[in-house]
Design a protein. Structure first.
Ligand code: NAI
Length: 332
């Protein structure tokens, strides 16, 4: 059986890192036929919307996509291509597993946690007005239904993956209604899962706690903006943005992507680390039930990282993207 998967190469380092991922998955025997679709700044430059309808249709049809990072055209009043993708397809869960990797030096070892970010609401709802010249209002959207559905996803995920604790994160003291609704939805759903330890903590406490001792966390559930920031903080715990994978998941539809952006400072130089998108590709294989292929690729990655000879600059090595990619393929 061959799976058809939508591929959005993206902007900046996107084509380099998605290209590397496609090569490695092919070498691992992944039965994928890519359907290449436009998105981001490059789509805009071809006269399309930053998140074109044809791309959304392709993902809807295939039910699964892999994407590189997308830039959003500046100054045109455009909704971010990523926000549009997540809202249009209701990919309401940002799933970001954060784990230490062998051979990757970082402040902590043995980090193994999951950040779950509500992807469709919060301050990213895009409701912003200039009410009088120079005075802007940005509204934070927080519906009970959105809180309930991601809480359900979080508990089902914890049960399926053997995770023992979920921490819901909030700023309820300053946003009692918006953040209060999110925490209450979590508690409502949580009542059905007494076997999972449940706690709520302020965003400040979670940020400090992660810096001091990440092992105290298992699954962290956050609203959109908080999740965006805490994801990058967590990437910093395990070696940086070059190594953390992710996915945007809705009901029976998912788009896999790294946490990082287009990295304009290194785009086109052949030095970007493909690992974050590659590990997103492994999550995608697992999502499709292809655990054997995902594990093969992960084993090859671990061997290359442990040997330390062909690792990219962000991890302290000297290899370019292609050298790393070839090393993983060789190992496969
Ligand atoms: P960024 O993640 O692109 O870069 C931050 C730093 O991390 C840079 O120094 C970059 O070189 C480094 N970095 C990122 N990925 C790397 C990789 N794979 N290998 C080695 N180094 C890597 O964040 P920034 O600069 O804030 O955003 C740049 C653009 O990306 C913006 O237009 C932003 O809107 C967009 N963006 C898109 C995202 C997406 O499509 N999911 C997510 C985040 C940002």
């Amino acid at each position: 059986m061959t799976y058809r998967v939508t591929l959005v190469e993206g902007d900046g380092i996107g084509p380099e890192v998605t290209g590397a991922t496609a090569r490695i998955l092919e070498a691992a025997g992944a039965p994928i036929e890519w359907e290449r679709m436009p998105g981001g700044q490059s789509a805009f430059e071809q006269g399309l919307e930053p998140m074109p309808a044809v791309t959304l249709e392709s993902i809807k049809r295939n039910r699964v996509g892999l994407k590189g990072p997308l830039g959003t055209p500046k100054g045109g009043g455009f909704r971010s291509a990523n926000v549009a993708l997540r809202q249009e397809l209701q990919l309401y869960t940002g799933w970001r597993p954060v784990a230490s990797l062998p051979g990757v030096k970082s402040r902590y070892s043995g980090v193994d946690l999951v950040v779950l970010r509500e992807n469709t609401q919060g301050l990213y709802a895009g409701i912003e007005h200039e009410i009088t010249p120079g005075t802007i209002v940005s509204l934070k959207l927080s519906s009970r239904d959105a809180g309930l559905r991601i809480a359900r996803w979080a508990f089902e995920h914890a049960m399926a993956k053997g995770r023992r604790k979920i921490t819901v994160c909030h700023k309820r003291s300053v946003l009692p209604k918006a953040d209060g609704a999110f925490v209450e939805a979590f508690e409502t759903i949580g009542a059905e899962y007494p076997f999972i330890t449940q706690e709520s903590a302020t965003l400040d406490d979670v940020a400090m706690g992660l810096a001091q001792d990440p092992s105290q966390f298992d699954v962290i559930l956050l609203q959109n903006l908080y999740g965006d920031i805490i994801s990058d903080l967590c990437a910093g715990l395990v070696g940086g943005l070059g190594v953390v994978p992710g996915a945007n998941v809705g009901d029976r539809i998912a788009v896999f992507e790294a946490v990082h952006g287009t990295a304009p400072d290194i785009a086109g130089q052949g030095v970007a680390n493909p690992l974050a998108v590659l590990l997103s590709g492994c999550l995608m294989m697992e999502y499709m039930g292809e655990h054997r292929i995902a594990n093969r690729v992960r084993d090859a990655i671990c061997t290359v990282l442990e040997a330390g000879k062909h690792v990219t600059r962000d991890l302290g090595g000297t290899a370019g993207s292609e050298e790393f990619t070839n090393a993983v393929i060789e190992e496969l």
